[in-house]
Design a protein around this ligand. Structure first.
Ligand code: TYM
Length: 331
């Protein structure tokens, strides 16, 4: 039986952090065993916000090395860069022509990002979810492992696939989101009512995957909790509940087990323990990273292979789409 397809992506912006790992990368690693996986670094999405070209270039290599250091195996999965496969931009155009502006007006991430980038509310930021739909539909992906914040974009991708299929006959697989039950929305350490974000200006809001042990200790120590004392998950106590969620995912202990373990202990002991748990969890990844990031030739080879695999698959879909909408094949 043919394996089902997975596609997912991350933007090379800010610092890859523990929320991206728990919400997405962790599932990516697990899914490679069972599925045919395509993992893309979406550099074209990143320029919807102003980027320094030099930093963007360096960060693309950093992120690809982090994909691999996290356990994405280039022998099992295609790892590639979005701008290397021009079919993403080409399909996005066709999908733009079947997307209603009303649908884009409803996108909550566009609204949030517009508030943050008041001087640069560009058309790319607005049509970004259409490019994301193209990323997914090009590969006929069955499942898309993402955190909770991407759910609305996924719904648009599904709607566009269904709309195209009914307008022009069956062409696209209708993708399903794969969102983890716990950890799909890791919250900010200093402002636990908003989600943790890798491009947050305040680096104390997140634990970067490459943070040194002392930095991790300091960030966790400073994490906002509340005036209560019990180590107990409670929706009305977002700070401590977020820390318990992270602890639970890493140690694979249930919320009840954690509550019992820390019954007669306070926040300080819990935070000290959590910091050490995170440090140990990230250690193998950080050790792998240094080695991989220093081997530029290896990274280039991985990207070349990934691009070739992605290109073949993407072209097949794009040719079909061009034919169906009535474009004449070039001779
Ligand atoms: P991006 O780069 O913002 O985030 C990458 C992945 O990390 C997840 N994530 C989180 N999960 C849990 N808690 C958090 N606080 C948290 N913050 C981020 C995101 O949900 C995402 O899975 N638009 C996408 C990139 C993209 C994409 C795609 C994804 C472009 N094309 C096609 C899937 C398929 C984005 O900006 O993710």
């Amino acid at each position: 039986m043919e394996k089902k397809r997975i596609l997912s992506g991350i933007q090379p912006s800010g610092n890859l952090m523990i929320g991206n790992y728990i919400g997405a990368l962790k599932s990516w690693v697990k899914m490679q065993e069972e599925y045919d996986c395509y993992y893309v670094l979406v550099d074209m999405h990143a320029i919807t916000v102003r980027q320094d070209p030099k930093i963007l270039r360096r960060r693309c290599y950093d992120f690809i090395a982090l994909y691999i250091a996290s356990g994405i195996d280039p022998e099992k999965s295609a790892i590639f860069i979005q701008s290397h496969v021009s079919a993403h931009a080409e399909l996005a155009w066709v999908l733009n022509c079947i997307t209603y502006t009303g649908e884009l007006n409803r996108m909550t991430q566009f609204k949030e990002k517009s508030v943050k980038n008041i001087k640069n509310i560009n058309a790319g930021l607005y049509t970004y979810p259409v490019l994301m739909a193209a990323d997914i539909l090009l590969y006929q992906a069955h499942f898309v492992p993402v955190g909770h914040d991407q759910k609305q974009h996924l719904e648009l991708a599904r709607d566009l696939a269904q709309r195209f299929n009914s307008l022009y006959s069956d062409t696209f697989t209708v993708p399903k989101p794969y969102i983890p039950k716990v950890g799909a929305r890791i919250m900010s350490l200093q402002e636990p009512e908003k989600k943790m974000s890798k491009s947050d200006e305040n680096i104390n809001n997140y634990i970067a995957l490459l943070d040194e042990p002392d930095i991790i200790r300091a960030k966790i120590r400073r994490a906002v909790t509340d005036s209560n004392t019990s180590i107990e998950y409670d929706n009305n106590r977002p700070g401590i509940s977020n820390l318990i969620t992270i602890y639970s995912i890493i140690t694979e202990k249930s919320f009840d087990e954690i509550k019992d373990d820390f019954k007669n202990k306070g926040y300080k002991e819990f935070k000290d323990d959590l910091a050490e748990v995170i440090i140990e969890y990230l250690k193998p990844l950080q050790n792998n990273y240094k080695r991989i990031r220093n081997d530029k030739q290896y990274l280039e080879d991985v990207l070349k292979n990934g691009k070739e695999q992605a290109f073949r698959s993407a072209r097949k879909t794009l040719s079909k789409v061009y034919r169906k909408v009535g474009f004449i094949q070039p001779t």
